[in-house]
Design a protein around this ligand. Structure first.
Ligand code: ADP
Ligand code: MG
Length: 505
């Protein structure tokens, strides 16, 4: 007796059930429905209906061989599986389906026209009771063909409308260029013009706090959206990614989490150093990274230090961070600081005398956030006390502020001060020599670099002629120990410390 499509598919499901977890079965196979079974050209063609293109892609990527084996087992060697993808046409009717199957944060589906080939009017529900009025089938056989095997490369998937989470103020237009960020900025611009199409994939921007990393990477997203060079853009901090991932585990929705991220064309992940030590999150991110990268999607990352210096991140993930381009942003020089202040004042519609701008720019060197903070403080004072912003006010207001600011000292400034004080040629401190006085100066300078800058031990070591971080640790320890026991040495170190502080002001 001829079996119905339901019966055949039922037998397939039984087989599948034995080979996948209950959760996967429920998520990926239960929602499929049998549509037809036909004999054609000596082939037995079973067609099942899928609720979205995403299912097709997912099944092809993860369950291709299982499906193939299943169909062969149930239908014999000449059995073939076809998919019929039913994509909803009405945006309004679809929220529930989207919620259940597409994304991890509640979206509304885009109201855009359905994808051309695979779309058909039909029930948006996963178990779509209504037959599609127009459909085309994709044979799982075809998956060996180029372009189809990689399911993410298939055009036409209907995407959920995703809130990009971008701050619209972070644009290229508002990002002042200077020597400190030129490379990063021009790479960022190139990426925005052609996400995934440059060799800068992934693109990693790194540098200290307040130097414009978030601003720059969000600019890529805003520009790509404006010029429509990427359909789906998502900005996410690595903390948020982690939180969402953990929640998705708790709610048993990892598949949705994963699917959600895989539909992004331009994924921007801020502060990836937070992934440090979070193994499971890293693993998930690793897979998402691979899936996106393989299908030519753009990935943009930021970190507070260079990939070499990030600890607690698995090597395989770190090595991927280094695949494309890493570019740093540094502290802005005086001209850039002036330009930034001018631009901010303009944006906020305040008149600032050049001398006030220069005063601030001269005195606040650490980072751009501090620079902005100073300006805001100045404006607040002026309006509160109904005073004009002039140099006098600027001096008053910034005096306090400058005390708090962790002044940005460079390693070189510290080296110079130490060497001047101890009367040693500066280049010796970076050279190989092991002369007693040089070693001592080197150790003291390393100690102050550790105490007074934010640089990592690794970076400090590199600035001392490429020494490694254990040398720095040793130096710091030696100085600390000697300060404890040797009064004269303590005096010397104190005096040098004061000189360095003076230099920083
Ligand atoms: P980070 O992410 O590196 O800590 P942000 O991107 O948050 O730094 O930048 C801090 C502040 O400085 C933001 O308000 C940003 O708009 C501003 N900013 C940073 N770099 C620039 C720049 N090159 N031009 C103008 N504003 C900048
Ligand atoms: Mg940031």
């Amino acid at each position: 007796m001829e079996q119905s499509a339901e019966q055949v598919w039922g037998a397939c499901l039984e087989h599948i059930q034995e080979h996948v977890s209950r959760q996967s079965f429920k998520t990926w196979f239960e929602p499929l429905t049998a549509q037809s079974i036909e004999e054609d050209d000596n082939l037995r063609k079973l067609t099942v209906q899928l609720p979205s293109r995403f299912y097709y892609e997912w099944l092809e990527e993860h369950y291709y061989s299982l499906l193939r084996k299943t169909v062969t087992k149930v239908l014999g060697e000449n059995g073939r599986l076809f998919y019929d993808i039913v994509v909803e046409q009405e945006a309004d009717t679809d929220v529930s389906a989207a919620d259940q199957h597409t994304v991890s944060r509640p979206p509304t589906r885009s109201a855009s026209t359905p994808s051309t080939e695979q779309s058909s009017a039909g029930s948006p529900q996963p178990t779509g009771a209504q037959p599609p009025s127009r459909s085309s089938s994709v044979s799982s056989e075809s998956s060996d063909e180029e372009g189809i095997r990689n399911p993410f490369a298939i055009p036409g998937i209907q995407k959920a409308e995703i809130d990009s989470q971008l701050n619209s103020n972070y644009t290229f237009d508002r990002f002042i260029q200077g020597d400190c960020n030129r490379l990063a900025r021009s790479a960022a611009w190139a990426i925005s013009q052609e996400p995934g199409g440059t060799s800068y994939n992934p693109f990693l921007v790194y540098g200290g706090v307040g130097l414009g990393k978030t601003h720059l990477i969000q600019s890529i997203g805003n520009q790509a959206k404006e010029e429509e060079t990427a359909d789906t853009v998502l900005y996410v901090s690595s903390e948020r990614f982690t939180t969402e991932f953990v929640q998705s585990i708790q709610r048993n929705r990892i598949n949705e989490f994963s699917m959600f991220y895989r539909q992004i064309d331009l994924l921007i992940v801020d502060d990836v150093q937070f992934f440090s030590g979070k193994e499971k999150t890293q693993e998930e991110f690793f897979h998402i990274f691979n899936a996106l990268h393989q299908s030519g999607k753009q990935i943009v990352l930021s970190a507070d230090r260079s990939p070499r210096e990030i600890d607690g991140i698995e090597e395989r993930l770190l090595s991927r961070f280094k695949w494309g381009l890493s570019a740093d942003v540094q502290s802005p020089g005086l001209e850039t600081r002036i330009a930034i202040l001018q631009r901010k004042a303009e944006d906020d519609n305040i008149d600032l005398d050049q001398e006030v701008i220069e005063f601030i720019a001269h005195n606040i060197k650490s980072n751009i956030r501090e620079l902005e903070g100073a300006l805001i403080r100045l404006m607040a004072h002026a309006s509160l006390h109904q005073r004009d912003i002039d140099l006098g006010l600027a001096k008053e207001v910034l005096r306090d502020l400058m005390k708090d600011v962790q002044v940005s000292l460079t390693i070189e400034e510290i080296q110079r001060t130490v060497c001047e004080y101890l009367d040693i040629a500066e280049d010796l401190i970076r050279a190989k020599t092991r002369k007693r006085e040089v070693v001592r100066a080197r150790q003291i300078a390393m100690y102050f670099c550790k105490e007074m800058t934010q640089h990592s031990l690794k970076t400090i070591g590199l600035h001392f002629g490429g020494r490694d971080h254990s040398t720095v640790i040793h130096a710091v320890k030696t100085v600390e120990d000697q300060v404890e026991t040797d009064e004269q040495f303590r005096d010397t170190v104190d005096q040098i410390g004061r000189k360095i502080e003076l230099r920083a002001r």
